[in-house]
Design a protein around this ligand. Structure first.
Ligand code: MCN
Length: 794
């Protein structure tokens, strides 16, 4: 039998190309040497009314082909951008216009769009546009939004986009009856992801066939296609979206859509020229998207063992100036905050607030890091209060393995009950304790103390709803050469999809792994798709590919059975050759089977083992599989009943310098359960990347706004991302595989996991090292130093 590749760490097939600099990104698209380039005039003010825009000087600039402001937009383009994920509780949802209409609400909001011979001319032309503004008072930060003495949008009272509450019982009564109670005030600051490649779009209009081609650095090619078609008044079939290599997405390249993603195609169509826009780094900081900013207040009631009797959470979510994603981030926080625990009663209330800052869209982890921070800080606080080991308090609150499927009594964005499908949290806890050396840590701490060194250990647990629907599809096509082409509509940003999807096809179809080529994110190859986000590719496309390969296999066996005069049940496919089990001489390769499936009606010649053309009346064999559709291929779609819940636990040992308050990572360990693993090496790579991103979020990265709404650190000079020197040297990873019962392969997602518990696990370890409550993240050495001073004074 073909060796099963699922579960093995097959080397990534895509890396050779990337490592040799052969990746081809949106900015590399060179379909037309006379491509025009776009630049955008962005608001320098956080909040202002636009009184007048004068573009007269721009049209005189040589090389300028178009300059547009809001007044130049017509039809659907003059309407606000779509609100991608509406929610009935979002009573005051707002989205921006492709170009600001009469008001700007954050520094960086697009006001005018210039198309010119090259980017330099376009930028110069942007500098000649004169805008007069009437300045309005800006609302910056959650406190200012809550104070509500200034409004972001005149018609949104209190700056509250939405207020939402869920509860699983009478929290006040349960709280009053609890033997112990605690409160916590917690803050997570605003940050953002920084993909190596910013946003990028190229568009070309072909007047001969009335068709638009768009190359987009996106996570959702079909989403871009849909919104471009609607906004430009085109039929879906007139728009092709091709996703070249994407240098990271991390959430911000889900189809917002961004103004440029619409303006570039519009310009291509209007001017009849190929047009390109490539975002620069400053634009990424001030005009793309941020996340994480939340202030959270927790009251918890518990018994002598630390069992959660009542958990009352209130939080304020800073969603910036607009709500293109509705309430998805705070809804995820509120529903997945509980992690692996089962409090007797839970109430969560949140307010989603407008501020005059860059809007919020989901960033890897999407609301879960904040929720995990709240829940895990609570667990540590309970342990401290009761004088118990932190792992003990967690263990008494775990949902047990025999309690799945487990309903938390909460409703998710889609209105469905949130149900965990499988997991084994006690087993994960044992593994993480062993991996980090939890029980040995007191001895290690004593050893270090003897050397005058100060160390702490931290732990954090989480669950993650992954593999969200509604569907994903796949097309598997065996070519007459025997090569297998697989198309799935979601896109890829570095997750190794070309490798894992080929593993699944090779396993199911029985072809050689080397013969499989995977195409993603090209609407010409797979027009029906949703996209890459919410750790869904493995579950969604993985399942669809598995099902499509199965269909192709069934067809191959049927055709081969006729050719070999055997029953399909007696056949096997190994390394691309179909043979009769126990009789390897009686065989036919998949390429020849593909020839036989051809409508020209070939017949199989046993002697030469080749396909010979058959014409009616020939004395040769009759055409094979007459009842089959032509072509050796299989298409299928996968649509799950609900999300599957991955889970994990991270632990870290840190050292904090008694003098400088520098925080050093001595050891980092991860136990992760994403169901059945397709490729453990790739999953570990995903975890490493996530942890690196999490270290940034916990210790370095934040968006620093001044009171006027200017982002003060909008460059890599000032926004501190960890270098390789700041991430752990090695990460000890162990897997647990509790299969998901919801999909054919038992898979759960893995792509976001690494980043979810970072703030929580570092806070836990730093608090342990310092014996000072850590309530706000990220935490820098100077902040830790300051905390020491204030704590000493108290
Ligand atoms: N995998 C596996 N076995 C499993 C689960 C996953 O082998 N049981 C593999 C998958 O086949 C895939 C990878 O692990 O190759 C991640 O799978 P999955 O969890 O399905 O996540 P997606 O592929 O849908 O990727 C999205 C996820 C998200 S939401 C963000 S944000 C993110 C991330 O992946 N952005 C990334 N990882 C990223 N990695 C890179 N390099 N760049 C980004 O922008």
């Amino acid at each position: 039998m073909t060796t099963k590749l699922m579960g093995t760490g097959v080397q990534r097939v895509e890396d050779q190309r990337f490592l040799r600099g052969l990746g081809r990104y949106a900015d590399d698209v060179a379909v037309d040497p006379s491509t025009l380039h776009a630049a955008v005039l962005r608001s320098p003010h956080a909040h202002a009314r636009i009184v007048d825009i004068d573009v007269a000087d721009v049209l005189d600039v040589e090389g300028v082909h178009a300059v547009w402001t809001y007044d130049d937009l017509t039809g659907p383009m003059a309407e606000p951008l779509p609100l991608l994920i509406p929610h009935p509780m979002l009573t005051h949802g707002r989205t921006q216009y492709a170009l600001a209409k009469d008001e700007v609400n954050y520094v960086g909001e697009a006001i005018a769009f210039v198309v010119a011979d090259d980017r330099y001319v376009a930028e110069d032309a942007v500098g000649k546009i004169k805008v007069s503004y009437e300045l309005l008072p800006p609302v910056v930060g959650i406190d200012a939004a809550r104070a509500a003495d200034r409004l972001v949008h005149d018609d949104v009272p209190g700056n509250v986009g939405a207020r939402m509450e869920q509860n699983t019982g009478d929290v006040q009564a349960a709280m009053a009856a609890a033997p112990h109670r605690l409160t916590l005030d917690l803050t997570v600051e605003r940050s953002a992801c920084m993909p190596m490649e910013g946003r990028g779009t190229v568009a070309r209009w072909d007047p001969d066939i009335d068709r638009l081609q768009v190359w987009s650095s996106t996570q959702t090619s079909t989403g871009v296609r849909a919104v471009v078609a609607v906004k430009l008044g085109l039929d879906l079939r007139q728009v092709d979206v091709i996703t070249p290599d994407v240098g990271g997405g991390f959430g911000v390249k889900i189809n917002h859509p961004w103004p440029e993603e619409l303006l570039v195609p519009l310009a291509a169509r209007t001017l009849g020229r190929t047009v390109k826009f490539t975002e620069d780094r400053r634009e990424h900081f001030i005009s793309t998207a941020h996340e994480r900013g939340q202030v959270q207040y927790i009251e918890v009631g518990f018994d002598d063992d630390g069992r959660l009797l009542a958990l009352d959470v209130k939080f304020w979510h800073d969603h910036g100036a607009y709500t293109p994603y509705g309430l998805i981030v705070p809804i995820i926080t509120s529903t997945q905050l509980l992690g692996p625990y089962k409090p007797e009663v839970y109430r969560v209330v949140f307010e989603s607030l407008y501020t005059n800052t860059v809007m919020v869209t989901p960033y890897r982890g999407a609301g879960r890091p904040q929720g995990c921070f709240a829940m895990e800080r609570t667990m540590d606080a309970i342990a401290a209060e009761l004088g118990k080991d932190r792992t003990e308090v967690r263990a008494v609150n775990f949902i047990q393995p025999d309690e799945f499927p487990f309903e938390q009594g909460l409703v998710f964005q889609d209105g469905r009950e949130l149900t965990y499908d499988s997991g084994d949290y006690p087993a994960s806890l044992e593994k993480i304790k062993a991996l980090i050396g939890w029980d040995e840590f007191p001895a290690f701490r004593a050893e270090m103390a003897a050397e005058g060194r100060q160390v702490g250990i931290g732990l954090a647990c989480y669950v993650e709803g992954t593999g969200v629907g509604p569907y994903e599809g796949a097309h598997v096509h065996v070519e007459t050469s025997g090569k297998v082409k697989v198309a799935t509509g979601l896109t890829t940003q570095g997750q190794g999809h070309a490798t894992v999807f080929a593993q699944l096809v090779a396993d199911e179809l029985g072809c050689r792994f080397e013969d499989v080529e995977v195409v993603t994110g090209d609407t010409r190859r797979m027009p029906y798709a949703v996209g890459t986000f919410a750790s869904r590719a493995a579950v969604m496309s993985g399942s669809a590919i598995h099902l499509a390969a199965k269909r192709a296999k069934e067809k191959a066996l049927k055709i081969a059975a006729e050719a070999l005069e055997a029953s399909p049940d007696d056949l096997q496919i190994v390394d691309g050759v179909v043979s009769v089990k126990g009789s390897p001489g009686s065989s036919i390769d998949l390429g020849t089977v593909a020839v036989l499936s051809n409508p020209l009606r070939y017949a199989f010649d046993e002697a030469s083992k080749a396909a010979t053309q058959f014409t009616v009346g020939d004395p040769g064999k009759p055409p094979v599989a007459e009842d089959e559709e032509p072509g050796l291929e299989g298409t299928d779609f996968y649509s799950p009943e609900r999300s599957t819940f991955a889970s994990g636990m991270h632990a870290v040992i840190v050292e904090t310098d008694p003098l400088t308050a520098e925080i050093r990572i001595l050891k980092y360990a991860v136990v992760h359960d994403c169901g059945k693993l397709i490729n453990p090496m790739i999953v570990e790579g995903q975890i490493h990347g996530g942890v690196a991103q999490g270290v940034g979020g916990a210790l370095y990265e934040r968006m620093v706004y001044d009171e006027s709404g200017q982002l003060l650190n909008a460059s890599f000079m000032d926004f501190l991302m960890p270098y390789v020197t700041e991430v752990p040297d090695g990460i000890d990873i162990d897997h647990l595989e509790t299969p998901s019962p919801l999909n054919p392969l038992g898979i759960k997602g893995a792509g976001e996991a690494g980043v979810i518990p970072s703030a929580a696990v570092f806070a836990s370890a730093i608090e342990d090292a310092e014996s000072i409550p850590i309530t706000a993240m990220p935490i820098s050495p100077s902040e830790l130093f300051h905390l020491r001073l204030t704590h000493a004074e108290e």
